[in-house]
Design a protein around this ligand. Structure first.
Ligand SMILES: Nc1ncnc2c1ncn2[C@@H]1O[C@H](COP(=O)(O)OP(=O)(O)OP(=O)(O)O)[C@@H](O)[C@H]1O
Ligand SMILES: [Mg+2]
Length: 322
């Protein structure tokens, strides 16, 4: 479905071009949910935004290739990319308000993409919009389709955001912290909606979050990012049960049981490095209780397969036994 190969994204700081996503590779299978987790600034959002070619101003795709259904996104014309973005990739962001147009009714906004991309009539697209509103759990959809975003609560707006993202039945849904801005009970409802969507098996999801519990619940695969790199990746159950990277272990230990409670990430001791001047060797070594000289060796970063999953930690065995 989605394959990201050696993605590097840079930001320009003064005269220097600094990699903030550094040689990242992963894939998401059809109907599969893949979580990207890591501390603030680790490069999750930029990785996700690179997929539909929506890197923000000030950042640049430096190298790497991205394939969607075998077709190279990174080689597409702008026009082709726009079509792919609307039709085959849906996007749900943290703040639903930024994605909505304040002066258009909700129904019109949900109907828009199918009209543009499939040439549907206003009536047909309008009927589909109401159906979608029902599917995402908006009560009285016929009436509420005529309302404007400001008449909706935060949770209802995020449902609208999800309905828009699903309006062209995309094969891939990109979610960037879709519940972070919502209060806890509403978060729960949105997650329930995403879980139900998962259960249909019709859409693959790339899910960016700080929340390990959400990943444990929603994603069968996970990639852990640290300082722009994937440091561990594999089946979520396995990675969380027996992490093989000291950073993943730290994340899991700093959170209450990620399977039991919905939890925020408690900060690990220390700070992630300045992307302009990362430590030589493993970028996590200055914060790591397992580190020794091997971790400070130049070019030590390499994902190695151990058992079922891959980790870049040279002390993976010790971490797994810890
Ligand atoms: N538009 C931008 N211009 C310059 N630098 C940026 C821009 N967007 C992100 N960065 C930098 O790139 C790095 C990665 O940012 P990114 O937003 O991908 O992190 P993140 O993992 O999503 O963090 P968070 O959990 O806080 O959302 C950070 O150091 C950030 O400061
Ligand atoms: Mg982010």
């Amino acid at each position: 479905m989605l394959s990201v190969r050696n993605l590097t994204v840079t930001v320009q700081t003064g005269r220097k071009s600094v990699p903030v996503v550094d040689d990242v590779s992963f894939s998401v299978g059809r109907g599969e949910a893949h979580g990207l987790v890591g501390e603030s600034g680790s490069g999750k959002t930029l990785t996700l935004r690179a997929v539909p070619g929506l890197l923000p101003h000030g950042t640049r795709l430096d190298s790497g290739r991205i394939f969607l259904d075998g077709e190279e996104v990174t080689a597409m014309s702008r026009r082709r990319l726009r079509a792919v973005r609307g039709r085959r990739v849906g996007m749900v962001f943290q703040d639903p308000m930024t994605a909505l147009n304040p002066v258009m009714t909700v129904g019109e906004q949900i109907a828009e993409a199918p009209m543009v991309h499939f040439g549907w009539s206003r009536r047909a697209a309008g009927r589909r919009a109401i159906e979608l509103m029902r599917e995402v759990g908006i009560p009285e959809p016929e009436r509420r389709a005529r309302a404007y975003p400001h008449e909706f609560s935060g949770g209802m707006r995020q449902r609208v955001g999800i309905a828009i993202a699903l309006s062209c039945s995309p094969g891939l849904l990109l979610c960037d912290e879709p519940t972070t801005a919502l209060d806890v009970t509403v978060q729960e409802q949105i997650l329930e909606l995403l879980r139900n969507l998962r259960a249909t098996g019709e859409v693959a999801i790339l899910f960016v979050t700080h929340d390990l519990a959400v990943i444990a619940e929603l994603c069968e695969r996970v990639s852990v990012m640290y300082a722009g790199q994937i440091v561990e990746t594999g089946a979520t159950a396995e990675v969380f049960r027996r992490p093989r990277h000291a950073y993943t272990l730290g994340l899991l230990r700093s959170a209450p049981d990620p399977r039991a409670a919905r939890c925020r990430l408690v900060a690990l001791p220390g700070l992630p490095p300045d992307p302009a001047d990362p430590p030589v060797g493993c970028r996590f070594h200055p914060r790591c209780g397992f580190s020794d000289d091997a971790c400070r060796a130049d070019r030590v970063y390499r994902l190695r397969r151990v058992d079922g999953h891959r980790s870049a930690c040279v002390h993976g065995e010790a971490v797994a036994d810890a």
